[in-house]
Design a binder for this molecule. Sequence first.
Ligand SMILES: Nc1ncnc2c1ncn2[C@@H]1O[C@H](COP(=O)(O)OP(=O)(O)OP(=O)(O)O)[C@@H](O)[C@H]1O
Ligand SMILES: [Mg+2]
Length: 348
Amino acid sequence: MKLREEKIVIEVSHITKEFVSPKKYPGLKGAIKGLFSNEKVSKKAVDDISFTIEAGEIVGYIGSNGAGKSTTIKMMTGILNPTEGRCMVNGINPCKQRKENARNIGVVFGQRTQLWWDLPLSESFTILKEIYDVSDEDYKERMVFLNNVLELQDFFDRPVRTLSLGQRMRADLGAALLHNPKVLYLDEPTIGLDLVVKDNIRKAIKEINEKYQTTVILTTHDIGDIEELCSRIIIIDQGKKIYDGSLEALKDTYGTKRKVSMEVKKPEKVEHLNLAERLGVTAQECSMEVDKEQKVLTVTFDKHKLQVPQIMNAVMELTEVQDVKIQETELAEIVKQIYNHGFTGQEA
Ligand SMILES: Nc1ncnc2c1ncn2[C@@H]1O[C@H](COP(=O)(O)OP(=O)(O)OP(=O)(O)O)[C@@H](O)[C@H]1O
Ligand SMILES: [Mg+2]
């Protein structure tokens, strides 16, 4: 138990953030009324969220737009004060000990840069070196590593405003890592990037995590980021935590659907087959589609109720099967379902 406690880097306990804003009324009349009204409405952007994160973990913090991800990250980084609850990072309270906290963390908000817009990137790095008090020796070693993984040398002398989005994101990531922080917060680090740059950024995050055991908290809408980087994900919905666990467990409990596609010799023979009835399951547990032109029969089934050979046997009684492909439900599909209907598979 003691060992586990020592490894805990982030401890978020029952944090809530309530935003109070002026009440809005509909229409032009309403807008004018709003100007003179003192009525306020409050909204819990984050609602009683708790979790702990251990050193070296890469955790995906996901949820639909407006779920409360950035607000949580802002509380963890000390930018926002929680309305209730507490957050401890490396044993300190980020809101109360902002300076000490800054030394331990690196932050990248994909939507906007933290760098000096008009200065050459090299100068931004020199300033950050001074701010974080990085020794010449450490700086050199760090730059070798960062140049290696992020290839900053290609545009190191250019003003930040002239950089492309992909270059700027690499620059921002490099800047956030200059002081070798223990914890790295990434809020949508791959937003708007092309596939090659996305891949490079992911590789860089992986390398940093492996080499320095940096703990990474990542918010993203890109399922590829999650699949490539995160062993654990936390899902939030309307400010509440609805899932916290491994990617495998999520796929296991929620991705119960599987698809099998069969290329068949005579599709017309199976066109009217009621496969669910034949196999003694409900229509939800087994449904099928026939593409007569391509001669492909696709069956979607619940993997806890049926197995591929059962399905194939039923089909082969009617026509010859020439090729078979089996697919698990894709993570993107699972996540879409959870965003739409909430999570019912497991207690958060
Ligand atoms: N400063 C603020 N004042 C009032 N409401 C706010 C403020 N910041 C955020 N909100 C509201 O809190 C909710 C959560 O916002 P947040 O930015 O945390 O969402 P998010 O999960 O990061 O979404 P996205 O995926 O779109 O980035 C939203 O309804 C948002 O409008
Ligand atoms: Mg956000």
